[in-house]
Design a protein around this ligand. Structure first.
Ligand SMILES: [Zn+2]
Length: 190
């Protein structure tokens, strides 16, 4: 027989948001937003450094470096571009108000990281400018390219979209843990 306290406790057990679910159909998300081209970031912010590899390397461009901040955005601290970190804090505030379960389970696998796109020999990742973040739910990262995403990523997507973040689920090789300031948003925020 369940005791009253057990019943009360069971009501507070939240859904496990690291469960994998199918991605929504292409064209039903990222509406009105375009993935940010590295050329846009180069034009507005300059080149983060001279050479890149597969691992994170330091930003050496002094102008860009001056705009990199480390701050708490609510559930975790991040290092990224000033305007992106401020925008991310607004997104997390919305998640806190509208989806406390997601807020309680969301984590970061990193924002600023001057490196190449995974698997590429020449494309610089948007993480190099600190305008992208990789998110986690639970201990595991979302597997790339499997056409599925962690339920939590699907739940928080709309709050990122509202602030002009492009979801990496729309990349040719799906990267659902990745959100970045869209091209349109970067141009607006400067
Ligand atoms: Zn990423």
């Amino acid at each position: 027989m369940l005791t009253f306290s057990a019943v009360t406790a069971s009501r507070h057990v939240s859904t496990n948001l690291n469960n994998l679910v199918p991605l929504p159909p292409k064209g039903s998300y990222n509406t009105g937003l375009t993935a940010c081209k590295p050329s846009t970031l180069k034009e507005l912010l300059g080149e983060p450094r001279e050479t890149y590899g597969p691992e994170c390397r330091p930003v050496t461009n002094p102008k860009l470096k001056a705009r990199i901040v480390t701050k708490s955005v609510g559930p975790f601290r991040v290092t990224g571009l000033d305007v992106a970190v401020a925008s991310l804090a607004r997104v997390l505030d919305a998640i806190k108000r509208h989806d406390p379960d997601a807020y309680a389970q969301i984590g970061s696998a990193g924002m600023l990281c001057a490196r190449l796109v995974r698997g590429s020999k020449k494309s610089v990742s948007n993480h190099a400018w600190g305008t992208a973040i990789d998110l986690t739910f639970g201990d595991e990262v979302d597997p790339r390219g499997d056409g599925k995403c962690q339920l939590g990523l699907l739940r928080v997507y709309k709050h990122f979209h509202a602030e002009g973040w492009y979801w990496g689920a729309g990349f040719p090789t799906e990267d659902a843990m990745h959100f970045e300031l869209a091209d349109e948003t970067v141009r607006k925020l400067g």
